[in-house]
Design a protein around this ligand. Sequence first.
Ligand code: CIR
Length: 406
Amino acid sequence: MSSSAGPLLGADSEVGRLRTVMLHRPGDELRRLTPRNSDQLLFDGLPWVDRAQEEHDAFADVLTGRGVEVLLLGDLLKETFESSGAARMQGIAAAVSPRRLGHHLAQDLSTELRGLSADDLARVLMAGMTFDEMPESAATVRSSLVWRMHHGAEFAIDPLPNLLFTRDSSFWIGDRFAITSLALPARVRETSLTDLIYAHHPRFLGVRRAYESHTAPVEGGDVLLLAPGVVAVGVGERTTPAGAEALARSLFDDNLAHTVLAVPIEQRRASMHLDTVCTMVDTDAVVMYPVIQDSLSAFTIHSGESVSVTGPQPFVEAAAEAMGIEKLRVIDTGLDAVTAEREQWDDGNNTLALAPGVVVAYDRNVETNRRLEDSGIEVLTIAGSELGSGRGGPRCMSCPVSRDRL
Ligand SMILES: NC(=O)NCCC[C@H](N)C(=O)O
């Protein structure tokens, strides 16, 4: 079990030295993807799971090689269930739906799940369960109309293949964690697991929450900590204007931010989150999809006696103003439109900073990486041929739990 000692939890930037990060080593939930369900489960292909695991292990090795403590979501979940009966009950309640299964089958399945080991329960809640896999000992199974009328390969509990993208289901700001509110049905249940981990795992005892009254969708991939007190929130396919406003007001109330930039992004899959088109690579620099460089704008939400909104104005200007710097450097990847579009699709702009000027990036985005290096950024590359089929890069696949404060 992870010890409760460790570096100061939380983060106030995208680039402070990374001390602890939460990843999810992909597992059986990826083996659930088929050509018929992959669209709905938000994957663009069927990853070769063993190879995806190898790529992910290599990603984790790069981080540990740089002194970063890697926590794995699956381990944390198992440890949470080992230490808390309440967590087990809550996890089961969030996964077993009487609406889908009917009251009797749902009740019997819940009883069976309560008897599982912590390890097995964690696996079922991540990988889901088909009707064929339901324990026959669940008293009502054979006599259940629901069981008999479902195809055996259908899901009684949906799998969560996008757990891989730990960035989206929670994030840290200041010394607090925030559980997000995911927009799409395929991902909604993920937050029930991150919520349990932060609420019950011994490592996080006593840590406070940010953004408690989440009413509208906010996803972590849209939240960029530009500087202490300054947050950018992408508003597009996932995070809604209502989500961005609710988050801003909550961060102001808790003194976790003084300025929030709401950044409209095109509502399409290629730019599902702000971090698919722009990530920070240094205290004053971002890498950005060149096609949007001139058009990206921001509304600025200011805290104060009454919350006010100004703009829109160009994002880089609004960001520099809020951050109190002369200029936000946009590292010009200078790519032709076709290469830029290909590398953006393959998460070339989705970098994870380990420290100011040091990032992890997919190796396949050769041109983007070369331009980053030309601008003085150290780029540590990882393979993502299989990991990338879910449309997420190093930033999407990581939730910084502890960064040195700037
Ligand atoms: N922050 C991110 O951009 N995360 C990647 C999420 C990919 C996932 N397949 C999704 O569509 O939600």
